[in-house]
Design a protein around this ligand. Structure first.
Ligand code: FAD
Length: 75
């Protein structure tokens, strides 16, 4: 972020990140930003391409399950 390091991945999944400007400055050029946050007003949603309003402890396990199913892997 503002402290120096920036990233530009094809996909970044932010988990419980508020979207402080110092953080966003380091990742807002990523191709796809997928944000999960319980706060619908979190700043990260202003830069996110995909927004999930929810608890990461509920969303992440379901996401992993869906990814596994997409690959045909049994849980
Ligand atoms: C000079 C300066 C330079 C800085 N440089 C950088 C930098 O380079 N990089 C950097 O990252 N930061 C930097 N910071 C810090 C930055 O300002 C923020 O403090 C930091 O990015 C906030 O991190 P956060 O989103 O993890 O925490 P918070 O702002 O505390 O946000 C936590 C978020 O998590 C959500 N949340 C909580 N529990 C859950 C849950 N169970 N499920 C889903 N969501 C949940 C909350 O709703 C909240 O939005 C800098 C600060 C300063 C002053």
């Amino acid at each position: 972020g503002l402290s120096g390091r920036t990233v530009r991945p094809k996909l970044i999944i932010t988990c419980g990140v508020s979207g402080a400007i110092q953080f966003v400055a380091g990742m807002n050029n990523s191709d796809n930003i997928f944000a999960i946050n319980t706060d619908p007003n979190a700043s990260i949603f202003k830069v996110a391409n995909y927004a999930v309003i929810g608890d990461i402890y509920e969303v992440i396990p379901k996401l992993i399950e869906q990814v596994k199913q997409g690959k045909g892997v049994k849980a």
